[in-house]
Design a binder for this molecule. Structure first.
Ligand SMILES: [Zn+2]
Length: 189
């Protein structure tokens, strides 16, 4: 079921040209790009070699780890949204699966040793200033007893009840994910 926050329109930027604003020449043959209608959208295209710029969201993955009705959150040590909180997550590397990425990010940002047990949800991220994101969040269980230790892009980590979050959440995809978690925890109780 697609959900958006009010005011968000996926096609706001794409309706014009699908142009990131800084791409002027073909990355392959250096010819100046033109705008062409391709697959119902206006896209940048190379009139010489035929290359078309398909702008797609970037995949990110992370995990939902719960201890006694408390969820693991990290505080961002880097921009954008430095100082705000998220579920542990990061961008999927080219040679890893989303689930591998989620387990790796958990270990890097929280020090926890976890394994994916299922899917929590898939969320569209429209408010990351760097790019549009598809965020895949997994349910996870801890496979070793560890105290969480913040690392990598996180400078604080902890387990928090949903009605007492430690601060503002950085991205709306994470707000939606915690809404879904709240429903689950209520129905499990
Ligand atoms: Zn070209």
């Amino acid at each position: 079921m697609p959900r958006r926050f009010k005011g968000e329109r996926m096609h706001d930027t794409m309706a014009k040209t699908n142009n990131p604003g800084d791409l002027k020449y073909c990355p392959y043959c250096r010819t100046e790009l033109i705008i062409r209608e391709e697959g119902l959208l206006h896209r940048l295209a190379c009139p010489d070699c035929g290359w078309i710029y398909y702008r797609n969201p970037v995949a990110a993955a992370g995990g939902v780890v719960v201890r006694d009705n408390r969820v693991c959150l990290v505080r961002r040590a880097i921009e954008p949204r430095r100082g705000d909180w998220t579920l542990p997550a990061g961008f999927v590397e080219y040679d890893e699966t989303p689930a591998e990425c989620a387990e790796r990010e958990l270990e890097e940002e929280t020090g926890l040793k976890v394994a994916v047990t299922g899917l929590h949800g898939v969320y569209a991220g429209f408010d990351d200033p760097r790019q549009r994101v598809v965020l895949v969040l997994y349910r996870m269980r801890e496979i070793a007893v560890r105290e969480p230790v913040a690392g990598d892009d996180a400078d604080e980590v902890g387990f928090y009840t949903l009605d007492q979050l430690p601060g503002r959440l950085a991205f709306r995809a994470h707000v939606m994910a915690l809404d879904d978690l709240a429903k689950q925890l209520t129905s499990d109780a």
